[in-house]
Structures are given as structure tokens and as C-alpha cells.
Design a protein around this ligand. Sequence first.
Ligand code: DQA
Length: 227
Amino acid sequence: MRFNEKLKILREEKGLTVKEVAAAVGVREKVMERYENGKEIPKLKVIEKIVKFYGFSTDRLFDEAVKEINAIVDAAKNKNEVKDMKKILVINGPNLDMLGKREPEIYGSRSLDDINADLKTLGEGLGAEVDFFQSNIEGEIVDAIHSVLENYDGAVINAGAYTHYSIAIHDAIAAVAPKPFIEVHLSNVHTREDYRHKSMLSPVCAGVILGFGEKSYALALKALCED
Ligand code: DQA
């Protein structure tokens, strides 16, 4: 069966959308890396479907597949069926590098690395490339926000305690407008101390998600990817 016929079956009979094909193309390096090392292929359904269906066995076949999938995706893009992959930056501020150890009854038992790994996988499923930045230093967070202007489609930000008093972080987000920022908090800050009720960032963010633990980040990422 020719490649194009197989692709047609994948799309039509197996219910793979063009967007899913695009997502799979976006994570091709990862598929290759895993496949080459003979390790388990990522559990992402779309990748499994494609890898199984084509039975990628050589670099040549894989390259051929990627080339032809790219051509189909380009054609779909021209017809506005699929958008470019989004690039999202997830920014975490002070003390969030201590997640897992820090007040677990408030912030949970998982580390920032654990949370970020899940967000990376979620992003792949949503057809987005997700990068991560964490700093305890206000100026470094300002620089990371500036980098969104040239390099990202939007950002998720948990600025920790800076949320409540940093005019510099407020100004940085305003400076890269209209790039959408979603403010997140693990805890519901409104049920906590009064000084946490005020956010300097909310007025310059596209939205705010708080109180859902680590799921707050996932909800924000979805909101940015699905618009
Ligand atoms: C936090 C809430 C802030 O008030 C606090 O200073 C943090 C974490 C949250 O994710 O719940 O560091 O942003």
C-alpha cells in the first residue's frame, strides 16, 4: 500500500485528525530517540497509532514518513484546517523550586520537575511545544517574560509571592502585550492570608486559574492551546 493511501486510512478510518498528525510530526525527534534506543514508545495515542501503522523500521522510512506527513499538514494548513504548533513558556517564581518539600499540605507532594514533565506530555498531546523557566530572582523572571515577545505564543506564570507586590513583573507582562499570560496558583489564595488576596498580575493577564493544585498549570496550558 502506498504511503498516501495509508495516511488516508489513518485519517479517515482510524479517526486521526490533521491536527493530531501535526502533533505527531511536532514530536518526531522524541519518537525517533525512543525508537532508536529500543525503549518504549511514548504513550501518546497519536504517536502509537502512527508508529504502529507504519511499522517504522529504518531511518529512511521514518524520514519518508515525516516528509509526506509534512506535505499533508502543509496542504491542510493552506486550507486552514490546522494551525502552527504553539510555543508556550511556563514560568515559576520564588520558592516553587521547593515544591514537594515545601508545605506539602498546601502545595502537594510533587516536585516542580514532576509537574513540568506532565505538562510537557500534555503539551505534546495539544500540539504545543512547552518550555520551562524557574527563578527565585525577580529580575530573571522579568527577563524570561521579555523573551516571550520574540520566542513564544504565550505563557503560564506562577510568580509565587512576587504576585502580590511586584510592579516590575506587572510591567514586564504589560510590555510584551498582547502576548497572552495566564496567572496560576496551586492554592486558592483567597482562602489564605489577606496579603495574598491582592494580585499585581491579574490586571495584565488574559486569565487567572487558582486553587486546583498542580492541575491549575494544566488548565492554563489547555486554555492557551485551545483558543
Ligand atoms: C502561590 C501562592 C503565593 O501566595 C505564594 O507566595 C506562593 C505560591 C501558589 O501557587 O499557590 O509561593 O503562588
